[in-house]
Design a protein around this ligand. Sequence first.
Ligand code: SAM
Length: 283
Amino acid sequence: MAALTDIGYIRDLLGRHGFRFSKALGQNFLVNPTVCPRMAEACGASPESGVLEIGAGIGVLTRELALRAGKVVCVEVDDRLPPILDETLAGLDNAEIVLQDIMKVDIHPFMHEHFGERSVSVCANLPYYITSPVIMGLLESRYPFTSITVMVQKEAAQRLCAEPGTREAGAVTMAVRYFAHAEKLFDVSRGSFTPSPNVDSAVIRLTLHNNPTCTPAEEKRLFALVRAAFGQRRKTLSNSLAGAGIPKAEIPALLEAAGISPTARAEQLTLEEFIRLAKESLK
Ligand code: SAM
């Protein structure tokens, strides 16, 4: 079989199946032959491990993962793709396509059903319209993925991997940092896809921490505070935190108890300071 990155083969394959790309589903398929092997290596796939993929396309990454992992399960929402994947993944018995919307997957039962006790990493070229909800859904599920290696828009990668205290840092930076160590691995140019998107991309890897430092109630408050503070990032915390449901009159005392200046803004706080604020606000 021709390489799944061969543009002539892709055109013929998609033409035979009458397939047209869906912009709404974020369908930009990889045609740069070096990217999928690098992603598959970076996610640590091995014969003993499993990999959860999101969004198969024609299976270009699925194939590389199946060549390395014990088992690959890919959640794909587009019901026009399975007949194409039957052809492109023929002979790879350890790859399974599950036709489902990843946003509707209940992670723990799904993982138990498909992987049992196997250790599992995530590897995906994510549809860009759901990058943050997918990443947050995976992290908030608290399923012990060994790592999450995903391709996202370059700007999203900068936000996800930003250092607190920098201009790129936002609510999602803090939320991701609470659960994981985030690192950018490499850039991928827009010309690496068909059709070519309007922006460049990057591959990032999240390595999960296994010690939650907050109770579930503190965690909920933490994310509400982070969202409120970054939602009005130009305002001082004395003004922005009211958005998290804290009575305005109580904010100065709360900031003082947490050892934070009342004139500080969201982007000046570390994650540890936000955690202190969340804990104090529930005392
Ligand atoms: N992995 C392929 C590649 O690298 O060429 C395809 C990547 S393409 C950027 C995103 C894929 O995600 C498409 O196949 C699209 O149909 C699928 N997708 C979009 N929304 C989805 C959803 N909610 N759940 C599961 N898959 C989805």
